[in-house]
Write a protein that binds this ligand. Structure first.
Ligand SMILES: Cc1cc2nc3c(=O)[nH]c(=O)nc-3n(C[C@H](O)[C@H](O)[C@H](O)COP(=O)(O)OP(=O)(O)OC[C@H]3O[C@@H](n4cnc5c(N)ncnc54)[C@H](O)[C@@H]3O)c2cc1C
Length: 430
């Protein structure tokens, strides 16, 4: 039949699509990658501040968030264990990785995201020769707007009006985050039109906004904090999480970098809990409270420290915190001029709370324009975890950010893209 000889068509040349192409190209049928933008792998290039945090040094299924089955998610991740993905990059693609010990992140030794994209695509001048030498070609500026069944295969419709025949299709179009990189949700709409029921999408790993003018004055100040989220109830990880500390998405106290921005708050600790805030806003549930412990000292340790303090508080606080934050907390509690030796108990308690249990006055989030990831998407229940073939539309394979799963900052989302890209690519051309 005609469509039996048609190529495997991979839609999207991002992280998942390029990995899918490398593996699909090992199979018998030709492989054609259709990329809507003029530049493949744009998110790879901007990732990790231009350094591309390719992988984490450790990962477990429990690090990821899905609204579906954590078992399906774990099964998918087990199919290509982290150590093997790392070996693939270092030995097969020739990209040595270097561990950043303080964060546990793996970056290319070159410190350049371009090294990763070039290795995945080996672009000498124009065109993707690594992909093409294994029997795959890529078309840039080929934006897909629809998919229809044709016999045993597919008819892929481009924005230009052209149609392309495909024996099987791999959908790797990403989510909705940073649409300037080419991912604007088109693939989600295509999946929905084919009968998939989407988990509503929302921005995750996204900076939060705040309205406190004194905080905006601290823009650029960063420090290590511990964040605790107290949420009334949440629908994450396939269950209704309790008030706090559930490993399926309502994290235990999160220690990490915190950054004051011109609009609010960012840094890994904030980004890693942002989905809880955004999720609660979307569901109109009670708003979660984010409590900040500004340094290693918790409430008991601060209480003990302040009890024996003498003189103004600022010199003591400065030993543990950036001076501007110490000054802000003292100003907010009206204790700038107070001598610690005469500090009433109630005031000491207020200061301890401000130092170790500070309710962050967030007001919202910065949306898809800057979010690093899209939460929600095609439910894992609608794909076969062994092949990532759709259970709704056989012959269609789904991978990457399009699927309902994401991980924290630290290389976890590329890990998801590489693993799911490999599974879908290899299975599509088996
Ligand atoms: C600023 C930023 C920094 C990040 N840093 C990191 C990091 O350091 N480490 C990490 O693990 N993760 C990071 N991430 C997340 C990571 O980039 C994503 O998880 C990953 O790129 C998802 O891969 P994907 O292939 O599914 O989607 P994408 O990379 O978004 O690729 C989708 C591709 O499909 C194309 N496309 C979309 N629609 C169509 C269509 N209709 N027709 C044809 N082509 C189409 C797009 O143009 C794009 O090329 C970062 C994200 C952002 C935004």
């Amino acid at each position: 039949m005609r469509e039996q000889n048609a190529p495997i068509v991979i839609i999207g040349a991002g992280a998942a699509g390029l990995m899918a192409a490398l593996w699909a190209a090992r199979g018998p049928r030709p492989v054609l990658v259709l990329e809507g933008s003029q530049h493949p792998g744009q998110k790879i290039l901007i990732s990790g501040g231009g350094r591309c945090n390719v992988l984490p040094s450790q990962a477990a299924a429990a690090d990821f968030v899905t609204h579906g089955s954590s078992h399906a998610l774990a099964k998918i991740l087990r199919a290509w264990p982290l150590a093997e993905v790392r070996r693939f990059f270092e030995e097969d693609l020739g990209v040595p990785l270097r561990l950043e010990t303080e964060t546990g992140k793996l970056f290319p030794a070159s410190e350049r995201a371009r090294t990763v994209l070039d290795a995945l695509s080996k672009i000498p001048a124009r065109g993707l020769t690594a992909v093409s030498s294994r029997g795959a070609t890529i078309r840039l500026g080929a934006r897909v707007v629809g998919l229809a069944r044709e016999g045993d295969g597919w008819l892929v419709r481009l924005a230009s009006g052209e149609t392309v025949e495909a024996s099987r299709v791999v959908l790797a179009t990403g989510g909705l985050s940073v649409p300037a990189t080419g991912s604007d949700g088109a693939g989600l709409r295509i999946a929905q039109a084919l009968g998939h029921t989407l988990i509503p999408t929302y921005p995750a790993l996204v900076p939060l906004t705040g309205s406190n003018p004194a905080h905006r004055g601290l823009a650029g100040v960063s420090l290590m904090v511990t964040l605790t989220v107290v949420a009334a109830q949440m629908h994450v990880g396939g269950g209704l999480a309790p008030t706090q500390g559930d490993r399926k998405g309502s994290p235990l106290p999160v220690r990490g970098g915190f950054l004051f921005t011109h609009r609010g708050y960012s840094g890994p600790a904030v980004l890693n809990v942002s989905h809880i805030v955004v999720g609660a806003m979307r569901e109109d549930s009670p708003q979660p409270t984010l409590f900040v412990q500004w340094c290693d000292l918790d409430t008991a340790a601060w209480d003990a420290r302040l009890r024996v303090g003498t003189g103004l508080a600022l010199p003591l606080l400065r030993d543990y915190l950036p001076e501007r934050i110490a000054a802000l907390l003292l100003a907010e509690t009206n204790l700038t001029e107070v001598n610690l030796a005469q500090l009433p108990r109630a005031d000491r308690r207020r200061l301890v709370e401000a130092l170790a249990h500070y309710p962050l006055p967030w007001t919202g989030h910065e949306g898809y324009k800057v979010a690093e990831i899209t939460a929600g998407g095609v439910p894992l229940a609608q794909v076969n975890p062994a092949t990532l073939e759709s259970r709704i539309a056989p012959g269609l394979y789904l991978c990457g950010e399009l699927l309902d799963a994401f991980g924290p900052i630290g290389g976890y989302n590329f890990l998801w893209a590489w693993v799911t890209g490999k599974i879908a690519g290899a299975a599509s051309n088996a």
